[in-house]
Ligand binder design. Structure first.
Ligand code: ATP
Length: 354
């Protein structure tokens, strides 16, 4: 099912817009993540799609039909929340079958369909257990099976993995991805975990203060951030950012000047800018055209490699070194980056100068 939000505004108090003129089109079968910090409006957006909240302005369309006035129960949506909210006295099978009972599906059919949904999330061998006899991951699978048993046209997942520990979360991620592809169901995932969004979603809507800042593939968000907010949010360790100024066709930082690729950026003499460099794009040594000399402030081992924290222009930048890299704190370090790998943003607006 195709989902469209057109000029959606939602406010709870008439003073501030929790959602501010949002436009979003999700294609049939697509997996989209709403990603952003706490309070940016992810849940509010999802609850409007589910019909639990009404937008103050704008329209929501499912497959081209306006659904603003459609009751939640008639929207053909399956939902999974952070808390599993299973019925403790019911078996796994009855928990999964429950939505069908509410729909008055005959008993034989509902048990068959519940079994089928349980098989899909690999719970076929635990049908007679009670929720208290299941692990957190298994309970969340029951919630997932219960969400798909009605064969909904849209699946809404609100931080479904945040109560699981790290290894279970990765397992559950794979489970959700497999299930979504198998069913081909349009899916919207809410998360503040960029890794979860990057690994699961076809496209990510990165949100800030009730607006979508960039709606794009994970790759484009990483490689071509539209603005400095996206650049900072996506990537670990985060992108290094240094302020500078365009002097003719070069970038000036302190007293140093660096050549800039005119074909990549709109360079305006005198403009104040922010230079962005991803830690992974920085090479140790002066092998590339844009060169820096820094002082090592901290050397962190992360197993397969080390992170060098280097002070340049009074700012701390991060770059990677091999596992066996050794140096004294305070030692000089040379590093460089290709002109093709740098990002430039307008300091005033935060927008990319691409
Ligand atoms: P989180 O990741 O913490 O769940 P979120 O991005 O999902 O955050 P929302 O839950 O959508 O954010 O909340 C966005 C803003 O709207 C918050 O400032 C919140 O306090 C406010 N808000 C949400 N629901 C209501 C409500 N029912 N009444 C009043 N304010 C609300």
């Amino acid at each position: 099912m195709k989902v469209e939000l057109q000029n959606i505004t939602k406010s709870f108090d008439k003073k501030t817009n929790t959602i501010d003129n949002m436009n979003l089109t999700i294609e049939d079968g697509e997996f989209v993540a709403l990603l952003g910090p706490s309070g940016c409006g992810k849940t509010t957006t999802m609850l409007m799609i589910a019909g639990i909240y009404k937008p103050n302005e704008g329209a929501i369309y499912f497959d081209g039909e306006k659904v603003n006035d459609l009751e939640p129960k008639d929207r053909e949506i399956g939902m999974v929340f952070q808390s599993y909210a299973l019925y403790p006295h019911m078996t796994v099978l009855n928990n999964i079958a429950f939505p069908l009972k509410q729909q008055k599906v005959p008993k034989k059919e509902r048990l068959e369909r519940a079994k089928e949904a349980a098989e899909m999330v690999q719970l076929g061998h635990l049908l007679n257990r009670k929720p208290s006899e299941l692990s957190g991951g298994q309970q969340q699978r029951v919630a997932l099976a219960r969400a798909i048993v009605k064969r909904p046209k849209l699946l809404l997942l609100d931080e479904p993995m945040s109560n699981l520990d790290a290894s279970l979360r990765i397992e559950m991620r794979a489970e959700i991805s497999r299930l979504q592809k198998k069913l081909g169901i349009t899916t919207i995932l809410i998360t503040h975990d960029q890794e979860e969004a990057m690994t699961l979603a076809d496209r990510i809507a990165l949100m800030k203060d009730g607006r979508i800042v960039q709606f794009d593939t994970p790759m484009n968000l990483y490689n071509e951030p539209d603005n400095v907010y996206v650049a900072k949010f996506i990537g670990t360790p985060p992108m290094n950012l240094v302020e500078g100024k365009i002097m003719y066709n070069k970038l000036q930082i302190d007293k140093q000047t660096y050549p800039m690729d005119k074909s990549r950026f709109h360079l305006e003499h005198g403009k104040e800018v922010i230079l962005g460099m991803r830690p992974y794009d920085i090479q140790l040594g002066w092998t590339e055209e844009i060169r820096f000399l820094g002082k090592i402030e901290l050397l962190e081992s992360i197993g397969h490699s080390k992170i060098i924290h280097a002070n340049v222009f009074g700012k701390r930048l991060q770059l990677f070194a091999k596992q066996d890299f050794q140096a004294e704190i305070g030692a000089e370090v040379r590093f460089s980056v290709q002109p093709a790998a740098i990002h430039l943003f307008d300091k005033k607006t935060g927008k990319s100068l691409r």
